[in-house]
Design a protein around this ligand. Sequence first.
Ligand code: GLY
Length: 349
Amino acid sequence: MKKISCSTYDIHINNWDAVNEYIAKGDYSSIIIIVDENTSEHCLPSIAGLLHQKFDIIEIDSGEINKDLDTCKGIWETLIDFGADRHSLCINLGGGVIGDMGGFVASTFMRGMDFIQLPTTLLSQVDASVGGKLGVDFNAYKNLIGIIKNPGAVFIFTDFLETLPEEQVRSGFAEVIKHGLIKDADAYYRDADINDFSDMDWEQLVYDSVMIKKSVTDEDPEERGLRKILNFGHTLGHAIESHNLDTATHLFHGEAIAIGMVMEAHLSFQKGKIKESEVNHIKDSIINIYGHHTDRIPDTDTLISLMSKDKKNKGGVIMFSLLEKIGIGNFNQEVSIEDIELSIGFWNA
Ligand code: GLY
């Protein structure tokens, strides 16, 4: 059982009593739990058995494809049907899609009702549920419509990780590796060696990784500067992920980000920031965990065109968050098309 205090809210790890204690303090008019078909089956029974208050359930279909305004409209309508008001509490029980969209729906319903995050995937436990980024995809743009608003609290239960397919845990682990690369070299070298996820001390691993993310989001909650380091691997990674959404092949978010991290580590090497041996270590570690998918990488023109839609761009210039050293990230880095071609070639070799 662990607790991390952020600037305006607490993150509780494996503390079942803390959920009821939080709810009791809020004197809520009603409680709504948002789930998808997976968390309804695997996670809701534990929570339902725990809560002292009665609650209503809103179930949405799982998957990034449903993280849109149509689904929000359905949730808002159901909230009205349930008689929810601004003194209600919304509990988001799920991965990044439910956390991002449930938080957005709650923060905009009647100008804002309280919400808490109960993230159920490794990705959402170490990344999405911390730092208050909320929103939905719009047209082809990921997370285009949204806000930054912190939850009332985050409750992480690492037992939920046991309910996930291993490839989904592996996917979330990419963000754990990223946290080491941008903020803690020792954590990177410890985590990069892990390949077997069957016997992990998840409580400690999640705690360490959340501490890194929290240290960044507490210092720069609005992403004016430092928070951009969390985007390491994501400029090329998101483009690779988007490309594979439109093809018969499939990559989990973390698999795409892992490839993006190798390419962006190579961009950092080209800028003279990290050594050749270090970028090789990153590539070998990623291949050891995720395999070497060279067939999923589109040509440079396609990648550039996909990256031109990235929210981090400024005045049409593609901006990267790279590595200053192993364990130190940087941001607002411009690179040339030739550099990008070399980094794609480095991954493909
Ligand atoms: N996932 C990146 C951030 O929260 O800023």
